[in-house]
Design a protein around this ligand. Structure first.
Ligand code: XMP
Length: 326
C-alpha cells in the first residue's frame, strides 16, 4: 500500500545509486511534474543537480517569481534562469497560425535549453565533474500513452514545451515513472513544495502564446496577463479552484468592440473566460460558475485593464470545442 514517505526514500536511494558522483541537469517548467521530479533528485544528490528554467515570455503573472523565489526557497535547488523572452517574441512576430506558434515555441525552447546546457556541460567538465544525466518528469500515464497508445486523434500538436532534445548524450532519470498525478502531488507536498505549485491546474507549455488569438506581442501579453491574474484571483477567493479543471482566459486581439468606459466611448478588445470541468482533458464541460463570481471578474477586468471593455463566457463543451481556443 502506497505512501509518499516510502516512495521518496526508495527513489532517493535509487537516484543516488544511479548518479554516483556525476552531475545532473533538469528543466523546470513551472508545472507540477518537473517541480516534483527536480525536488526529488535534489533531495537525493543536492547540488550535483542544476535546474534550468527557460522564461519564454509567455508565462502568467507571478509564475517566474514563483519558481525563482518560492520554489527555490522551499527546496534549496540551484537554479539557472534563462531570459529568452526577446528571442521567442522575435520569432513569433507576425505569426497567427496556432500550430505554427506551437512549432516555433517548441523549437525555441529546445534551442534555449541546448545553449545553456552546453555552457553548463563545459563548466562542469572543466571542474572535473561531467554532467551525465537529465531529469524528466514522466508520469505513468505518459509511459502508457507513448507505449503504443490507443490511436486517439491528436488534434493539436501536444508536444509539451518541456519536450527536450532527443539526441542528447544524457542518461535519463525519471523518478515519477510509476506514479499518477495525485501521487506526484502528495510527494510534492511531502517535499515541502509550495501548494501554489503542487496544486497548480494544467497550463499549456506554449503558455499565453496560444491564448492570444492573433499575433503575440509584448503589449498584448501584458493585457492578457493582467486579465488572467484577476480571473484566477477571484476564482480562488470564491473557493472554486477545486471545482474547475482550468480556466483559460483568452484575448481576442484582432477583434475590437465598442464600449463606454469612464467619460467616453472606447474601442477595446473582448476577452473570453473559458472555465471547464474535466477528468482528463479529453472531454470537458463548461463550468456553471456562480453569476456573482462572473460579475466580479467582469467588473474588475473592465475597470482595471484599460484595453478590455467586454468580458464574454464560453459555454461550449469539448467536443465540439477544445479547451484552449488555439
Ligand atoms: P485542448 O485545447 O486540446 O487541451 O482541449 C487539452 C489540454 O491540453 C492542454 N494543452 C496543451 N498542453 N502543450 C501543452 O503542454 C500544448 O500545446 C497544449 N495545447 C493544449 C490544455 O491546456 C488542456 O489542459
Amino acid at each position: 500500500d502506497w505512501n509518499s514517505d516510502s516512495v521518496i526514500a526508495e527513489q532517493v536511494e535509487r537516484i543516488r545509486a544511479q548518479v554516483g558522483d556525476a552531475r545532473v541537469i533538469s528543466a523546470l517548467s513551472g508545472g507540477v511534474d518537473s517541480a516534483v521530479s527536480t525536488a526529488l533528485v535534489h533531495k537525493a544528490i543536492g547540488d550535483q543537480l542544476i535546474a534550468v528554467f527557460v522564461d519564454h515570455g509567455l508565462l502568467r503573472k507571478g509564475e517566474r517569481e514563483q519558481v525563482e523565489q518560492d520554489y527555490v526557497a522551499s527546496t534549496g535547488v540551484r537554479l539557472v534562469t534563462v531570459d529568452a523572452a526577446d528571442t521567442f517574441l522575435g520569432h513569433l512576430q507576425g505569426v497567427t497560425d496556432p500550430e505554427e506558434k506551437r512549432k516555433i515555441i517548441g523549437r525555441e525552447f529546445i534551442r534555449a535549453f541546448e545553449k545553456v546546457q552546453r555552457e553548463l556541460v563545459a563548466e562542469a567538465a572543466a571542474e572535473g565533474a561531467p554532467i551525465k544525466f537529465l531529469v524528466q518528469g514522466t508520469l505513468y500515464p505518459d509511459v502508457v500513452e507513448s507505449g503504443g497508445g490507443t490511436g486517439t486523434a491528436n488534434i493539436k500538436s501536444h508536444h509539451n514545451v518541456g519536450g527536450l532534445p532527443e539526441d542528447l548524450d544524457f542518461e535519463l532519470i525519471e523518478p515519477l515513472r510509476t506514479l499518477f498525478k495525485d501521487e506526484v502531488r502528495a510527494i510534492g507536498r511531502e517535499l515541502g513544495i509550495p501548494d501554489a505549485i503542487v496544486s497548480r491546474q494544467p497550463f499549456p507549455g506554449p503558455g499565453l502564446g496560444i491564448r492570444i488569438i492573433g499575433e503575440v506581442t509584448r503589449d498584448r501579453l501584458e493585457i492578457l496577463r493582467e486579465a488572467d491574474a484577476i480571473a484566477r484571483e477571484e476564482l480562488s477567493n470564491a473557493g472554486l479552484d477545486g471545482e474547475i479543471w482550468q480556466c483559460p482566459v483568452v484575448l481576442l486581439a484582432d477583434v475590437r468592440s465598442v464600449g463606454v468606459q469612464g467619460d467616453g466611448r472606447t474601442y477595446g478588445h473582448p476577452i473570453v473566460l473559458r472555465p471547464v470541468s474535466s477528468e482528463d482533458a479529453m472531454t470537458a464541460d463548461w463550468t456553471r460558475l456562480p453569476y456573482d463570481v462572473l460579475a466580479k471578474i467582469s467588473n474588475r477586468i473592465t475597470n482595471e485593464v484599460r484595453e478590455i471593455n467586454r468580458v464574454t463566457l464560453d459555454v461550449t463543451s469539448k467536443p465540439p470545442a477544445t479547451i484552449e481556443w488555439e
